[in-house]
Ligand binder design. Sequence first.
Ligand SMILES: [Fe+2]
Length: 262
Amino acid sequence: MNKKKLYNSFWKNGYVIIKNLISKEEISRIYSQINDLLDISLDKKNGTFTSKSLDKKYLYLKEKSPKLKSHMYDLTKYCDSLIKIAGSQKLLKISKLLLESKTVFVDTPQVRIDHPKERLNLPQHQELNQISKDVITFWIPLVNISKKNGGIYFRPKTHELGHVKYKNSHLSAMQGGKKRAKIINQLFKRKEYRKYKNLAPNLKAGDAVIFHSFIFHGTNPNLSKNIRWIYISRHNSINSAPYLKDETTTLRIPYDKDYNLF
Ligand SMILES: [Fe+2]
């Protein structure tokens, strides 16, 4: 996709999909580093565990020591393989083009690990509590996405609504809990919002959904036996970061602020 088409398509629809944004090698490097972390954690806990499967190792650690599993997870975001992609030219070129700026704030990347035993599927939400109002999220599966393992679903063009308020919208997606799914469904039954239909794209490992922070998005449950590994990087605009201009505010914009004011 050429630059102009990418820019126009993103701002028209609130998202773009780029196939093969990250390579098989980059994906292998992430897995290899997570494997290193798991090996060290497991070695401390149980030196006899010998399975080579990353999924099995992770689930074994989770079962044996949820605490160490959390420590391991906390450290994944500092792995150089994740940081290298977040700060790579290919991602920066896209976010700088879309945000029309020579500088962006690159937030700490993360890997999301979703498994039937560890459900992280979130009801739909807008991406709040970031450094800026305008944030470009790169949502990149490290496994092929199917109906069975779920994945992202979102409502194209909802970025044009700006920051939408609804019952308990000042709470995070986690805090909003299961009730939120119902609230969002009701919201999009309203006459003026009915046209914003859900899209659940077909994605292969390495493909990227790149979306604006105001796009309503969530994840479907993973009903497969395997972990759904997802890489996420967020690039924040320097032009809509209140922390740069306001002495009294916090680094991240609180959920209860009116984002339409920034
Ligand atoms: Fe999100």
